[in-house]
Design a protein around this ligand. Sequence first.
Ligand SMILES: [Zn+2]
Length: 214
Amino acid sequence: MVTYEKLRAELVEIGRRLGERGLIAGSDGNISVKCADGRILVTPSGLNKGRMRPEDLVVVDESGRPIEGGRTASSELLMHLFAYARRPEIRAVVHAHPPYSTAFAVAGKGLPGDILPEVVVFVGEIPLAAYAPPGTESVPAALEPFVAGHNAILMRNHGLLTLGRTLEEAYNRHETVEHYARILWLATRLGEPVSIPPEDLKRLKDLRRSLDAR
Ligand SMILES: [Zn+2]
């Protein structure tokens, strides 16, 4: 039997933080982490992700076949498998419906990549993927143009997807994007947001590349 005790505890904690920060509602959102043996630990469908127990999680192989767990894996499992297949260095995927980020996605607006230094360095560009019915094969198809080169993608009329080399990194990107979307929303009430000067934007992007290469 596979246990992944530490990863289970970490994943449950990330779910709790998503709930606590108001980034999910009801039973929405899903989280996964790739284990050392290539299997994937993923949230079940139906449960509130803010109040899970370690034993609620489901283990699947890299093609999505259930290995362990009494529950059904997330209906968005395909999206997680797709991200791992395209990004071998990625070990964690977080998907939720954070209100400000999702508001931009619903309005059909992406988030500009040149406004806040911490977003440039720790997240990068945040593109907007085309609409795809949740849980279908259309979701990976909509993400296809962006998943290779981005760590955060807005999903039109749906929510936000973030990727990371650890659960902590994928979660932090989620939190950073939502905080950014909120700041941007407030800034646009005051006027036109101003971009970072081009010479410093280049320095910040170089810094991101050096962090990515680590
Ligand atoms: Zn969703």
